[in-house]
Design a protein around this ligand. Structure first.
Ligand SMILES: *Cc1c(COP(=O)(O)O)cnc(C)c1O
Length: 370
């Protein structure tokens, strides 16, 4: 077992009580329908209901969700696609996999793409915008939607962190032509491997996505377009169907624990900065992140005290070797670079106890008050 007092990943606890879902998996396996099939359709229907879209399409991963949605939105090789500089590599990898060039835009101190900087990044080759609802906090969608409309650009949302997040009553995954979600084991709604979902209200985009995820096959014998092999496995859909029933509780618990941290850190505002909590916005705290003075020292202290804090991420994407070809340099995205040196993520999930959250918060307070 772990030596942590408070571990980061809740998966061991999730696996502690799985008899019900294992029985469903065993019952399904005898049908030998391992790809697509009724569990996937059921999951897609439940997911569409949770987000409030006409369609949800299960795919192989969140990365594939973004790549396929970009293709369905008409992105072609040689196009440019704008996204946030402060994101996980998957966003940029998906844009590249769709054949496009990722164009990064700096973020606000609250981690999401800065709408005031987007228009300067638009060129005649720009074909789509990919705002990321980072850490579970919706991007500032009103100005982003206005820019998209002004330039005739589709929005594909990277909502991988943001299932059930709202901005002014509108849910993440419903702003763009498509919303892209990840079911990776560490996401708020997970399966036991890789998986992803795309939400859309467009019958046309949904139809294209159903082709794109399954080799472009219209029927067993007829190939309509060149596609991919990116389906949500039936077994994973069964796991998804089991966990999606707990979604409201998962989200509510995350929000409650985030509020505990926020209250505790209000007392050390000189040392720990909580991002702006906008009114009428529901963050679902995929990551509970703050910026901290002496971050690396705090991180080591937390680990020494048994708190498995994480850093998402110490090296900004534009300074990664894989992105050297795009010609970015240190200084290009000052807010993102500053965040990389200061962000820290604390354990936060539905399986933690209140005592565990209180211990993590107290340990941060202890560090600054020693
Ligand atoms: C997890 C994640 C994705 C997609 O990840 P997969 O592991 O492919 O499901 C995309 N964008 C962001 C910001 C993510 O954190």
């Amino acid at each position: 077992m772990t030596h942590w007092k408070v571990r980061y990943s809740p998966l061991p606890e999730q696996f502690a009580d799985v008899d019900e879902v294992m029985k469903e998996i065993r019952e399904h396996l005898v049908t030998c329908q391992f790809t697509l099939g009724p569990p996937v359709q059921q999951f897609e229907r439940s997911f569409a209901d949770v987000i409030g879209t006409r369609h949800a399409i299960g795919v192989g991963s969140g990365t594939d969700a973004i790549m396929l949605a970009l293709k369905a939105a008409g992105v072609q090789p040689g196009d440019e696609v704008i996204t946030a500089a402060n994101t996980f590599i998957a966003t940029v990898g998906a844009i590249h996999a769709a054949g496009a060039r990722p164009v990064l835009v700096d973020v606000t101190p609250s981690y999401n793409i800065d709408p005031r900087l987007i228009e300067a990044a638009i060129t005649p080759r720009t074909r789509a915008l990919v705002p990321v609802h980072y850490a579970g906090e919706p991007a500032e969608m009103a100005p982003i939607m206005a820019i998209a409309a002004r330039h005739g650009l589709p929005i594909v949302e990277d909502a991988c962190h943001a299932i059930q997040a709202h901005e002014h009553g509108r849910r993440a995954g419903t702003f763009g032509v498509a919303g892209c979600f990840s079911l990776h084991p560490l996401k708020n709604l997970n399966v036991w491997g890789d998986g992803g979902v795309i939400t859309t209200d467009s019958d046309e985009i949904a139809g294209t996505l159903r082709l794109l995820r399954n080799h472009g096959l219209r029927s067993r014998d007829e190939v309509e377009i060149l596609g991919h092999n990116s389906r949500l496995d039936s077994i994973q859909a069964i796991v998804g169907n089991w966990l999606i029933r707990q979604m409201d509780d998962i989200t509510a618990t995350r929000i409650r624990y985030a509020a505990m941290y926020d209250r505790a850190f209000a007392a050390i505002a000189d040392s720990v900065t909580i991002p702006v909590r906008r009114p009428d916005v529901k963050s679902v705290y995929h990551l509970y992140m703050v910026t901290a003075e002496r971050r690396d020292e705090l991180y080591r202290y937390l680990h020494a005290q048994g708190v498995e804090a994480k850093i998402h991420y110490p090296i900004p994407l534009h300074l990664q070797p894989a992105l050297a070809r795009f010609g970015y340099a240190r200084g290009d995205f000052p807010v993102t670079e500053r965040l990389a040196g200061r962000l820290i993520s604390l354990p936060l999930d539905q399986h933690l106890t209140e005592d565990a959250v209180a211990y993590c918060a107290q340990t941060v307070l202890d560090f600054y008050r020693r």
